[in-house]
Design a protein around this ligand. Structure first.
Ligand SMILES: Nc1ncnc2c1ncn2[C@@H]1O[C@H](COP(=O)(O)OP(=O)(O)OP(=O)(O)O)[C@@H](O)[C@H]1O
Length: 312
């Protein structure tokens, strides 16, 4: 176990931000914490790293109690927050060099690690730039490079991307996947479903400071009742027909808005062919048809009743 969080409680005034949080991340995992804005993700990360004090509970990282004074395991942890933590008076190269030298004394080794980080984050053409001259995407890449340059065994990314443009976003995803493939354990927090779904091997659905469900994306999708979502374009649909569709076995939700019929059905046999057959027999002309499996967004909203942000 690389991270073991046990019954963590953090209170601000009357607000219990972390409500007996439990979390286990195993060696080699790319574990995602998916939760809406304000659910307590950053607070959880800061408590885990002993950057914040908490009321109750314990945090063990690499089998050691994580305390403010626990300096020796910090060498093995890299942290990337969304807000870039770099020096504006140092160039891109010097920033990465500085952060690496905090952990590594051997100059040649530092040089080698810095070159690796520059290559992995695609900053080769920007080594002599100052952070103030970089756009948001490149600044984010520099922030990542500074957090991972010393090749820690665990990297924690706390919603690192904000509104970063696609090219830098994809570059950072590639960097994270490569780190993980090389054996680095990763904890990644986000409120973006697509991001967590495509990156993470195991995901914890998180709200109000609690872990609601944990599993692979496929495991999480089997936890809800919806098995299939069908959408059909129909210009005009009478209420009577909608009622008949609602009455069909296996159907759990029907809506008709802006010329689109949506039918959600329970797991089991697909409803697609019977539905199209029913529409044809009822002489209802229809256009484009789509059938999709539930997404993590559906899982989250069924468990919490809340919507999560989708693709950025
Ligand atoms: N220093 C503080 N004092 C009081 N309340 C705080 C403090 N820091 C955070 N909070 C509150 O704790 C809750 C959780 O905040 P936190 O930043 O951990 O959430 P988050 O999930 O990381 O959100 P986001 O994705 O927007 O960063 C919020 O309601 C926030 O207002």
């Amino acid at each position: 176990m690389v991270i073991a969080v046990n019954n963590l409680v953090k209170i601000y005034g009357n607000l219990m931000v972390l409500d007996h949080l439990n979390l286990e991340v195993q060696e080699g995992e790319l574990f995602g914490i998916l939760g809406p804005s304000g659910s307590g993700k950053t607070t959880a990360v800061q408590c885990m790293l002993s950057l914040l004090q908490y009321e109750k509970g314990s945090v063990r990282i690499f089998d050691t109690n994580m305390l403010v004074s626990t300096a020796d395991i910090k060498r093995n942890i890299g942290v990337v927050f969304q807000e870039p933590a770099v020096f504006n008076e140092l160039t891109v190269y010097d920033n990465i060099f500085y952060f690496c030298s905090l952990y590594e004394q051997d100059k040649d080794e530092v040089e080698r690690l810095v070159q690796d980080a520059i290559r992995d984050t695609g900053l080769m053409d920007y080594c002599n730039f100052y952070p103030g001259k970089l756009g948001e995407g490149l600044l984010s890449r520099l922030n990542v490079a500074c957090g991972i340059v010393h090749k820690p065994k665990l990297v924690i990314f706390d919603d690192p991307l904000g509104n970063v443009e696609v090219q830098s976003r994809n570059r950072i995803y590639e960097t994270i996947k490569k780190l993980n493939a090389e054996g680095t354990t990763i904890l990644y927090t986000s409120n973006c479903v697509e991001e967590v779904e495509s990156l993470c091997s195991r995901i914890g659905l998180f709200d109000k400071g609690r872990m609601l469900a944990v599993g692979t994306k496929d495991e999480l999708k089997t936890m809800i009742s919806i098995g299939e979502k069908i959408t059909v374009q129909i210009d005009v649909l009478e209420k009577e027909i909608i009622k008949k569709i609602e009455e069909k076995s296996n159907v759990c939700m029907v809506s008709y808005e802006n010329g689109v019929l949506t039918v959600k059905s329970k797991r089991g046999k697909s409803n697609l062919l019977p539905l199209l057959d029913f529409l044809s027999k009822s002489n209802i002309p229809f256009g484009e048809v789509a059938s999709e499996k539930p997404t993590l967004k559906d899982v989250f909203s069924e468990i919490t009743g809340k919507e999560l942000r989708n693709v950025r």
